[in-house]
Write a protein of this length. Structure first.
Lengths: 146, 122
C-alpha cells in the first residue's frame, strides 16, 4: 500500500489550498454577518411575520445564503469554489436590488432586513463584503494539479 | 442592563478591538495581551448577561423586545470565545486581526443591546 500522507496534494484533482492569510479574516466577517442575519430573521419571523412577509422571508433567505457562502469559502475543491461564486454573486445582486427597492418602494421593504437601504443597519458591510469576497475568489482560484 | 456599564463595555471593546487590529497588522501572532484583552471583553459580556438576567427582579425591565435582546446577548457571548479558540489553534498574525474584528463586532452589538433595553418604547 503506498504510504502517501493525506496532506500531500492528490494528482490530477482540482484543489485549492486551505484558506489562509487575510482570507481567514474575510471568513470570520462572513460568519459574523451570517450569525447577525440569522438571529434577526429568527426574531422577525417568530414575532412579526405578518407585518412584512416579503421583507422577512428575504431576511431568512439572505441569512441562509450568508451561511452557505461562509461554508463555501472555507471548504475546499472546485465545486465549493463555484458555490462560493454563486452565493456571493447572489448577495451582491440582493443588496443592490433590495437596496434600490427599499428606496423606490419603501412600503414593501421598509421593515429592516440585512439588505434594506444597502445594508445601512449593518454599517454597509453587506455592500462591501461581496466585492471583497469576489476579489479574494478571483485571486485564489483552485489550483489544478498536474 | 445598566447604562453606564454598557458604555464602559463599549469603550473597552473598541479599545481592545483597535489594539488587536494594530498589533495584528504589525505582524504579531496572538499573545497574552491580545488574548487577554479579548478575554476581558468576554468577561464583561458575562457580567452584563447576568445583570440583564437579574435586573427585572429589581424593577429594571427592558423597554424593547426581550427575545431580540437575548438573541444579541447569546450571539455576543459566543463571538469572543470563538475568536480566542481560533487564535489558540491558528497561530498566525491574522488570528490577532480576527480578535480585533470580534471585539469591534461586540462593541456594535452591545450598542444595539443597549438601545433595545433602554431606548425603545420610551
Amino acid at each position: 500500500m503506498p504510504s502517501t500522507s493525506a496532506s500531500e496534494p492528490g494528482p490530477a484533482s482540482a484543489r485549492r489550498p486551505r484558506i489562509a492569510g487575510i482570507g481567514r479574516v474575510l471568513v470570520v466577517i462572513y460568519a459574523i454577518l451570517a450569525l447577525g442575519a440569522f438571529g434577526r430573521s429568527l426574531v422577525q419571523i417568530l414575532q412579526q411575520f405578518d407585518e412584512a412577509p416579503l421583507a422577512y422571508t428575504l431576511s431568512a433567505v439572505s441569512a441562509a445564503v450568508y451561511i452557505v457562502a461562509t461554508v463555501a469559502l472555507v471548504a475546499r475543491g472546485a465545486v465549493w469554489y463555484r458555490v462560493a461564486w454563486v452565493t456571493i454573486s447572489f448577495e451582491m445582486l440582493g443588496v443592490l436590488v433590495v437596496g434600490t427597492l427599499s428606496v423606490v418602494a419603501p412600503e414593501l421593504f421598509a421593515h429592516a432586513s440585512v439588505w434594506s437601504y444597502y445594508g445601512v443597519g449593518y454599517l454597509f458591510i453587506p455592500l462591501v463584503l461581496p466585492v471583497l469576497g469576489m476579489l479574494w475568489l478571483s485571486k485564489n482560484r483552485p489550483v489544478v494539479a498536474r | 442592563m445598566i447604562e453606564w456599564f454598557s458604555y464602559v463595555q463599549i469603550a473597552i471593546a473598541v479599545l481592545a478591538g483597535v489594539f488587536c487590529l494594530v498589533v495584528g497588522f504589525t505582524g504579531r501572532t496572538p499573545n497574552d495581551f491580545t488574548l487577554g484583552s479579548t478575554a476581558l471583553v468576554e468577561v464583561l459580556l458575562v457580567i452584563q448577561f447576568v445583570v440583564a438576567l437579574l435586573s427585572p427582579a429589581f424593577g429594571n425591565t427592558a423597554s424593547g423586545d426581550v427575545l431580540e435582546f437575548y438573541v444579541y446577548a447569546v450571539s455576543a457571548l459566543l463571538l469572543p470565545a470563538a475568536a480566542v479558540f481560533w487564535a489558540l489553534i491558528d497561530r498566525t498574525k491574522w488570528s490577532t486581526v480576527i480578535l480585533g474584528v470580534a471585539c469591534l463586532a461586540i462593541a456594535v452589538m452591545v450598542y444595539r443591546m443597549n438601545a433595545i433595553w433602554l431606548v425603545q418604547g420610551v
